[in-house]
Design a protein around this ligand. Structure first.
Ligand code: HEM
Length: 185
């Protein structure tokens, strides 16, 4: 509509030229540049601030792991798969989660590549076990209370990864226990 009425610059144009003040042009350019810089800064902020940092680092992950394991310990489907002493598992879980969500790479130093699917292969993880595991992890995060964007990122990851860990069809009549699982490794 504007261009039909006139030309902004000096091209061959029969319509009367639109006068665009140089001052206006400068300001428009300024707005574009400032918004590009602004967007750049926002993008950098998002890249620089990990879930680990946003939720509050080690102390918060420690509480998530405690909450999670308390639920696992009381779960009749999951408990038999875990060893009697949960201490070591909690530690690996803590080191893995803090590393995965942007904290220090301590799991890698001590344990190497996570190879989670391989490490979970001794345990009969069917849809039901996956659903229990996931609901406990999400409940643990909610019990600790993390900010919404971190909650969403964590939830998305756990949903996908827990599904990826399924390695059995329904396993209701053949629950393998931790010791048996270990010996077949
Ligand atoms: C988001 C999905 C999951 C993640 C990120 C995850 C993470 C982990 C990690 C880091 C470990 C310790 C591995 C190590 O020894 O270095 C572990 C162990 C284990 N996970 Fe998972 N896991 C997931 C899903 C599941 C599911 C769905 C089950 C179902 C029951 C499960 C059952 C177990 C068991 C039984 C152990 C052994 C615990 C122990 O040795 O104390 N995990 N998991």
């Amino acid at each position: 509509m504007l261009l039909k009425q006139g030309c902004i610059w000096w091209q061959n144009c029969t319509a009367p030229p639109l006068i665009v003040q140089p001052d206006f042009q400068r300001r428009a350019l300024g707005v574009i540049i400032v918004s590009m810089i602004h967007k750049g800064n926002l993008a950098m902020t998002e890249v620089e601030s990990s879930v680990y940092e946003r939720v509050g680092g080690d102390p918060v992950f420690e509480r998530i792991v405690e909450e999670f394991y308390a639920r696992v310990a009381a779960d009749p489907v999951l408990r038999p798969m875990f060893p009697e002493d949960l201490t070591e598992g909690k530690r690996w879980q803590f080191l893995f989660l803090t590393q995965f969500f942007g904290g220090p790479a301590r799991y890698a130093v001590e344990r190497g590549h996570p190879r989670l699917r391989m490490r979970h292969s001794p345990f009969p993880i069917d849809q039901q076990a996956r659903d229990h595991w996931l609901s406990h992890m999400l409940a643990a995060i909610d019990a600790v209370g993390v900010e919404e964007s971190a909650r969403n990122e964590m939830g998305d990851y756990f949903e996908r990864a827990a599904t990826f860990m399924i390695n059995r069809e329904a396993e209701s009549d053949n629950l393998m226990h931790y010791g048996q699982g270990k010996s077949s490794e």
